[in-house]
Write a protein that binds this ligand. Structure first.
Ligand code: NDP
Length: 327
């Protein structure tokens, strides 16, 4: 059987990614074969497809860090043909073929069955960015940040993790402050549920080690001075989650928020999260995300347009989520 997919190859130091007709026997080992419906473009896909980050470690490879689809065949008793499944992370697009193809073969333990109310298309409108947003909300809850504790800040608010964090938090009753470099997107962010918009420039320069508290918690996808300033302005016993490095990989901050305000910095990793955590996150997404609002965050593209969007996401030019219809 043949199928369409993006095929990443490497010559010398350059990566090239092109649409190709692939054979079934080019799929890698795995006990479940999936007919893929949709994948997405996340920031990590931008790094992988452009070659600006050393994400792909084995060539040639089908990129794409996530997919949703339907099980075609399975050698694992936990899955049967017709099951609707989602996969976020693990080795996809690193050492194992990913989601930018019509077919995928993967180890069963990487897959999560989709809740009935979430279609494959919804699952990828949510994508790894949305699932990471949910992991971040769970971490805030774990830190005891309830809506009555005060507002919650979301940085990189117009991006994938940011947009879905705003939508989730507002549905859960939090007052959401959205930080963005695109203040022209204020209406979009307010429609998603933001109560207040701040310019990300107010957080991106070196700041005081500790400052007037402005939020009970925060979901940060930027790192760098942004994260250091977010920590400095977090209220007593607040929690800040850190999943991303859209600003920087550095954390040029102070100990002051931790030892004077008892602030917790909670790291978020979606790639190797255990199955129990993934299942909770997808179950909560089924109830806590307004799928109508989600639609406003999504643009849909085909496989051939992925390289162009991959470059744009690294430049911070992509709003919300990009769904890839692989068929
Ligand atoms: P997006 O590109 O969709 O969103 C990132 C947003 O950050 C941009 O839209 C922009 O929002 C803001 N931004 C961009 N550049 C800068 C800058 N220089 N300084 C401050 N803010 C900036 O990416 P995703 O939402 O897909 O991912 C966000 C981050 O989270 C990435 O670093 C990604 O690698 C990471 N991530 C980590 C995961 C994990 O498991 N730990 C999983 C998923 C994502 P605005 O214009 O509104 O300011």
């Amino acid at each position: 059987m043949t199928f369409n997919g993006l095929w990443a190859t490497k010559t010398d130091d350059a990566i090239s990614v092109a649409l190709a007709r692939l054979e079934d026997d080019q799929l890698m080992d795995g006990d479940v074969t999936v007919a893929v419906d949709y994948s997405t473009v996340n920031y990590k896909d931008g790094l992988a497809v452009t070659g600006k980050g050393a994400i792909i470690r084995k060539f040639p490879l089908i990129p794409g860090i996530d997919f949703a689809g339907t099980v075609e065949s399975s050698r694992n008793p936990g899955f049967k043909p017709g099951d609707r499944v989602v996969l976020n992370g693990f080795e996809l697009s690193m050492t194992h073929h990913g989601g930018y193809a019509q077919r995928a073969r993967v180890p069963a333990e990487w897959l999560v069955k989709l809740p009935d109310s979430i279609s494959a298309k919804d699952a990828m409108a949510i994508g790894t960015a949305g699932y990471t947003a949910m992991l971040s909300v769970l971490a805030l809850e774990h830190g005891g940040i309830t809506p009555d504790r005060g507002p919650v800040l979301v940085t990189g608010a117009s991006g994938g993790v940011g947009s879905i964090s705003v939508a989730l938090l507002s549905k859960l009753g939090y007052r959401v402050i959205a930080s963005t470099g695109r203040v022209q997107e204020a209406d979009y962010l307010k429609r998603l549920g933001a109560a207040e918009i701040i310019d990300r420039a107010s957080l991106s320069e070196p700041g005081a080690p500790i400052a007037k508290p402005k939020w009970a918690g925060a979901i940060d996808s930027c790192g760098g001075h942004t994260l250091a300033n977010v920590l400095a302005q977090t209220d007593y016993r607040g929690t800040v989650t850190a999943c991303g490095l859209a600003d920087s990989m550095e954390l040029p901050g102070s100990m002051a928020p931790f030892i004077l305000r008892n602030v917790t910095l909670a790291g978020i990793d979606s790639v190797n999260a255990p199955q129990s955590v993934r299942s909770v996150a997808w179950t909560r997404l089924a109830t806590d995300l307004d799928l109508g609002k989600l639609e406003t965050t999504v643009q849909e593209i085909g496989l051939a347009e992925v390289p162009q969007v991959a470059a744009a996401i690294l430049e911070g030019k992509v709003r919300g989520r990009t769904l890839v219809d692989v068929n």
